[in-house]
Design a binder for this molecule. Structure first.
Ligand SMILES: Cc1cc2nc3c(=O)[nH]c(=O)nc-3n(C[C@H](O)[C@H](O)[C@H](O)COP(=O)(O)OP(=O)(O)OC[C@H]3O[C@@H](n4cnc5c(N)ncnc54)[C@H](O)[C@@H]3O)c2cc1C
Length: 310
């Protein structure tokens, strides 16, 4: 693991819902992943009222959590959208979603960022075995990638690396974005069909549920029943730490981890985005269609109306 001081090198607004920010710094010379990046996640530490916290590389998390919550800033998870340069000139690109309505520290920072602004980044260190990549299709021949705007950077990177790193597969990709202007060029992969779903005024996850249901052949619950099943009316306010997170080798639901086995019917599904949408899709795919857990990765990236805790 590498804790790096990084500085904003450039800011672009490629579409209404995204800020594309390039971060650089000499310490990124030690950043590296042994293999494809796919959906490699990183942590970013945003400054609080007193600036960036002082954290040690070895114990950055315990150092951070021991600081006063009001002044220590905030930590959020992002995806490496791209990497440019090399050595001390290495830059990482992060595509930040600019949320409508309620803003958090990550979205706020990205909206106002300008060259020279500083952050701390926690990333994989070159030459060490790190975590943070969940896209592991194994030998699966048919892929299903499902994500909303927060998962678009990961989907982009997966498609960019797929032909070289895991080519020869067919698949379907569904991406829900806030508006039609957010539709962008994704790498074209033979046999992989991309469906864009601009949300407009509809509820988060609604266009996705409809399209994936039609693709896989299940009947989605009506929206009201769906949200009641996801968040019972009398449930305690959900914690951001209770994100659905279930991959072939890990289950936040506490189910026993399974050996990663070859997919029984050649399918692999990678699903990431708003927690309610992810949970509802899991119920249909695993509960209703009987897709084995060894062939699915379901990951809640954010929860509507709930700020991350860190
Ligand atoms: C593995 C992983 C990879 C991720 N990659 C990316 C990435 O590349 N780019 C990216 O932008 N996000 C990404 N996310 C999601 C990001 O961590 C969350 O959206 C996070 O909540 C943003 O922090 P914030 O401070 O802006 O908002 P918070 O303080 O966490 O939340 C404040 C309010 O904003 C709302 N909110 C949070 N996110 C969104 C959203 N996307 N749209 C609308 N409302 C929202 C919350 O519901 C809450 O009401 C990723 C998450 C994970 C787990």
């Amino acid at each position: 693991m590498l804790l790096a001081n990084v500085t904003v090198r450039s800011v672009e607004r490629p579409s209404p819902s995204f800020a594309r920010i390039e971060l650089g710094g000499p310490q990124l010379a030690d950043f590296g992943v042994d293999g494809p990046l796919f959906d490699q996640r990183i942590k970013l530490v945003f400054p609080g009222p007193q600036g960036l916290p002082a954290l040690s590389a070895e114990n950055w998390w315990s150092d951070y959590t021991s600081l006063e919550a009001e002044t220590r800033g905030a930590v959020r998870t992002y995806t490496i959208a791209d990497v440019a340069g090399a050595g001390a000139e290495t830059r990482i690109v992060v595509d930040f979603v600019i949320h409508p309505g309620a803003h958090g520290p990550g979205s706020d920072w990205a909206q106002q960022a300008s060259p020279g602004d500083e952050l701390l980044a926690v990333l994989p260190r070159r030459g060490t075995v790190g975590g943070g990549i969940e896209f592991e299709p194994g030998d699966a021949e048919r892929l299903l990638l499902v994500g909303d705007e927060t998962a678009l950077p990961a989907i982009h990177q997966i498609l960019r690396e797929l032909p070289e790193r895991a080519g020869g597969r067919t698949g379907a990709v569904f991406v829900e974005v806030p508006c039609a202007e957010d539709i962008c060029d994704l790498p074209v992969v033979d046999g992989v069909e991309v469906t864009w779903l601009p949300r407009g005024e509809r509820a988060v996850g609604a266009p996705m549920m409809e399209s994936v249901a039609a693709h896989l052949g299940f009947a989605p619950m009506p929206a009201a029943a769906e949200s009641a099943a996801v968040e019972p009316a009398d449930a305690a306010p959900p914690s951001a730490d209770d994100m659905p997170w279930e991959t072939p080798t890990y289950s936040a639901l506490g189910e026993a981890a399974e050996e990663v086995a070859p997919p029984v019917d050649g399918r692999y599904a990678w699903i990431a985005g708003e927690a309610g949408m992810v949970t509802a899709l899991r119920r249909h795919l695993v509960g209703e269609l009987g897709m084995p857990r060894t062939q699915v990765a379901f990951m809640g990236y954010w929860r509507q109306g709930v700020a991350m805790r860190a």
